[in-house]
Structures are given as structure tokens and as C-alpha cells.
Write a protein that binds this ligand. Structure first.
Ligand SMILES: Cc1cc2nc3c(=O)[nH]c(=O)nc-3n(C[C@H](O)[C@H](O)[C@H](O)COP(=O)(O)OP(=O)(O)OC[C@H]3O[C@@H](n4cnc5c(N)ncnc54)[C@H](O)[C@@H]3O)c2cc1C
Length: 398
């Protein structure tokens, strides 16, 4: 077991840490009260800097114009980028585009790569992933209502989706549609690329969440697909392979989410420690001298370290034996790390008192945006159930 981080990787992590601290932290205060669209010129200028540093799309191989990092190195980089809410976006490594890039590289045809992947990699367009429906349980993605029916050389898509993140301003959606309702559960759906200017693509609204409807990349849309006609050539992979493609995207994606959450937890932890050391509850009596605050600090340190080790171990296992055999580890970190991150952010807010819930620090943004971590990409309960079933298998055989 070697916990040593190679020098080259450490230098890259330091470089990204410095960039995020110097270039992105100042944007956070400036962003209060602004829409995401109003921030775009600033964020585009930062993207240009990232391009010049040769760090754009760090999750992508050199062959496709990225940095060409190993899975483990990229996982560590996710932590650094996520210390600011703008980090992933500025490096063009944000969800849902990063997942769409991955499946287009893996399953896309030459036409799909040229028309959709190329501009996405270059950061010229954005995309979204449209699977969850208001009238079906998102935690069971094999049970969907949206259909794609063949008509000559086209599919005609009808359905109602919601929580399609970042649809506002996206150029295309990857839509999960039922193409064969009579097939086996896991073979019913296909993923189909729908340009958002297709007649019948209707963005109903950006759904207000925690008091903010958001806009552009920072939003979650309700969408109706009404007789949307797209060429058969817009299907990703084989007909019926939609669920398998979704799984191939979600496994590695969960590692990236977990490392992103660790970045958020680590930044919140540092803010909590600074506040505890600097704030006096009485003359010459720092907040840090209160035992409950010591407990928050000690517990947070232990939990973040455990979360990071578990996540890096899962990433290592994916590297060694593939995502399928690391299913239990991936489910374990999905609920564990989300919980750790939310606890640490909450403690940091508590340590800041009223300042913690104000928008004068980034903590309120973390709190508002990240509660969803226990719901998307599989709610906690679904992952806990998978882990428990795997564990119990051994006992059943005894
Ligand atoms: C911020 C955010 C962004 C999102 N982005 C996208 C996106 O870009 N594209 C997209 O397609 N979807 C997206 N989603 C949707 C997300 O994937 C779903 O919300 C998620 O899969 C849960 O589905 P649901 O909301 O329908 O909840 P349901 O499936 O109705 O589940 C509700 C609750 O029931 C419980 N539950 C469900 N199943 C079980 C079970 N088997 N055992 C025990 N308890 C259970 C859980 O507590 C769960 O939270 C996003 C969601 C959020 C909050």
C-alpha cells in the first residue's frame, strides 16, 4: 500500500489549487445577486486562462484534446477544482457535460463526434442529460414513460422530463426514451440525442429549488418532448442499450462527484477552523476553546480523511478491475461521502453563526446547492440497500 502522491501529480494539484484560490475565490463574492448568465463573460475569461495553462478538459484523454490524466489523478484533481462552485465549469469538467463527453467518446458515431462532441470538448456549446420524469420514480430508471417510436428514418419522441440540469442554454439533450416497451426491463430504453432547437422541444421552466430558479448552466429544467422528430442516426449506441450506457456513465461519475464533495468539505473545514481560531466568545477566549467546537473539528477531520481514502480506494479498484466489480465500493462512497460533506458544511455554518447563513461567505451556496447530493445519482437509501444486500450474500451462503 503506497499513499505517496507522485511529484508530477502533486505539482498539478498545487497548480490547480493556486488557480482556484487566486482566480475563482474572488468571483464568489462578486456573484452574489447575479444570474449565471451575467457571470459568463468573467467565466469565459477564466476558461481562456485554463486553456493557456493546458488544463482544459482535464478528464479527457490527450487523443481528444484533454490532459490525459489517469483515473486516480483526475479524481484527486476533482477535489481541487471543487473548492470553488465555479471550478468544474471553468475547467470544462462540469456535470452533465463531462458525462455526455464520456459517452459520446465511448459510443458516439463519427457524425455524432463531429457535430456534438467536438464543440462540447472545445467549450463552444453545452449539453444536458434528460432521464428523470416527474411521474415515474427516478430511483428506478428502468421504468420510464417517454417513448421514441420509429417513423421511416426518424424517431418521434414524446414525454415529460424534469430535473434536466443545465438544459437552459444547452445545444442538445441526451434523452432516455423507451424504444421497446416489451423488451426485458434493462433493454427497453435507448439514449437519443435531441438538439434543443428541434420542433417540439419545450423547456417549460427552470424549477425553483431552495428559493432559486437559477439560469443557464446553474439550473434544473422541466421539459416536454412533443412529437420531437430526430434522425435514427442520433441514437447513441445500440437500440435498447440506454440503461447500460447510463450505468457506464454513472460509475466513474460517482467517483468524480465524491471527490468534488470532498473538495467542498475540505474548504468548509478550513473556514470553520479559521473562524474557530479567530472569533472570540469572550475577551481572549476563542471559539476554538469550546469543547463542542473541538469535537466538530476532530470529527470533521476524521470523517473527511476516511471519505477521501474510501473514494480513492474505489477509484483504484475501478482502475484495477473495472467499474462493475467496484459496484459495492461505489455505492458505499456515494451515500457516505455525501453525508460527510453535508455534516461538515453544516458544522462550518454553525461555527460562523449568523454569518454562516448569510451570502457573505460561500457556505450558504454549498448548503443550498449540495443538499441534493443525497438524492441525485441514486438516493442514499438505494445505495445503502445495494451495499447491505452485497454484504448479506456472504451470510446467506453460510
Ligand atoms: C439537483 C438535482 C439535479 C439533477 N439532475 C438530473 C439530470 O441532469 N438529469 C436527470 O435525468 N435527472 C436529474 N436529477 C434527478 C435525480 O436523478 C432523481 O431525483 C433521483 O434519481 C431520485 O428520483 P426521484 O426524485 O424521482 O425520487 P423517487 O425515485 O421518487 O424517490 C424518492 C425517495 O424515495 C426513497 N426511495 C426510492 N427508492 C427507494 C428504495 N429502493 N429503497 C428505499 N428508499 C427508496 C428515497 O429516499 C428517495 O429519495 C437531478 C436531481 C437533483 C435533485
Amino acid at each position: 500500500m503506497d499513499f505517496h502522491i507522485p511529484q508530477k501529480t502533486q505539482e498539478l494539484l498545487d497548480q490547480v489549487r493556486t488557480f482556484v484560490e487566486q482566480q475563482l475565490y474572488p468571483i464568489e463574492a462578486d456573484a452574489v445577486g447575479k444570474t449565471f448568465r451575467e457571470l459568463l463573460p468573467t467565466l469565459e475569461a477564466k476558461r481562456d486562462r485554463v486553456r493557456k495553462l493546458g488544463l482544459f478538459i482535464p478528464q479527457i484523454s490527450k487523443e481528444h484534446g484533454g490532459v490525459g490524466l489517469s483515473f486516480l489523478d483526475y479524481a484527486m484533481l476533482c477535489e481541487e477544482m471543487a473548492r470553488s462552485p465555479y471550478g468544474n465549469y471553468v475547467f470544462n469538467a462540469q456535470a452533465p457535460d463531462a458525462g455526455n463527453m464520456q459517452i459520446l467518446i465511448q459510443f458516439g458515431t463519427a457524425m455524432q463526434k463531429k457535430r456534438f462532441l467536438g464543440p462540447l470538448l472545445r467549450g463552444e456549446i453545452r449539453s444536458c442529460f434528460s432521464m428523470t420524469e416527474p411521474d415515474r420514480p427516478g430511483s428506478n430508471p428502468t421504468w420510464l414513460e417517454t417513448t421514441a417510436v420509429r417513423d421511416g428514418d426518424a424517431y418521434v419522441i414524446n414525454g415529460h422530463k424534469w430535473f434536466t440540469s443545465s438544459a437552459d442554454g444547452a445545444s442538445f439533450a441526451v434523452v432516455m426514451c423507451v424504444t421497446d416497451p416489451d423488451a426485458q426491463r434493462h433493454d427497453r430504453a435507448s439514449q437519443i440525442i435531441v438538439p434543443t432547437d428541434t420542433p417540439g422541444f419545450q423547456l417549460v421552466r427552470n424549477i425553483p429549488c431552495m428559493g432559486h430558479a437559477g439560469d443557464d448552466w446553474a439550473s434544473h429544467a422541466e421539459i416536454r418532448y412533443e412529437n420531437c422528430r430526430v434522425p435514427l442516426a442520433n441514437r447513441l449506441g445500440d437500440e435498447g442499450a440506454g440503461f447500460a450506457i447510463a450505468q457506464s456513465r454513472l460509475g466513474p461519475g460517482r467517483i468524480h462527484h465524491c471527490m468534488r464533495w470532498i473538495g467542498i468539505a475540505e474548504r468548509s473545514f478550513e473556514m470553520m477552523c479559521r473562524r474557530a481560531a479567530a472569533r472570540e466568545v469572550a475577551p481572549a477566549e476563542p471559539l476554538a476553546s469550546c469543547q463542542s467546537v473541538e469535537n466538530w473539528i476532530a470529527d470533521s477531520r476524521a470523517e473527511i480523511d476516511a471519505a477521501r481514502l474510501m473514494t480513492l480506494h474505489a477509484a483504484w479498484k475501478i482502475d484495477q478491475t473495472g467499474a462493475r466489480s467496484a459496484r459495492t465500493e461505489i455505492s458505499t462512497i456515494k451515500f457516505f461521502v455525501a453525508g460527510v460533506m453535508l455534516k461538515v458544511v453544516d458544522r462550518a455554518i454553525q461555527a460562523h453563526g449568523a454569518l454562516g447563513i448569510s451570502d457573505d461567505t460561500v457556505l450558504s451556496t454549498f448548503y443550498r446547492n449540495e443538499r441534493a447530493a443525497r438524492i441525485y445519482d441514486g438516493p442514499d437509501e438505494v445505495h445503502r440497500s445495494l451495499v447491505a444486500r452485497q454484504v448479506l450474500k456472504q451470510y446467506a451462503s453460510q
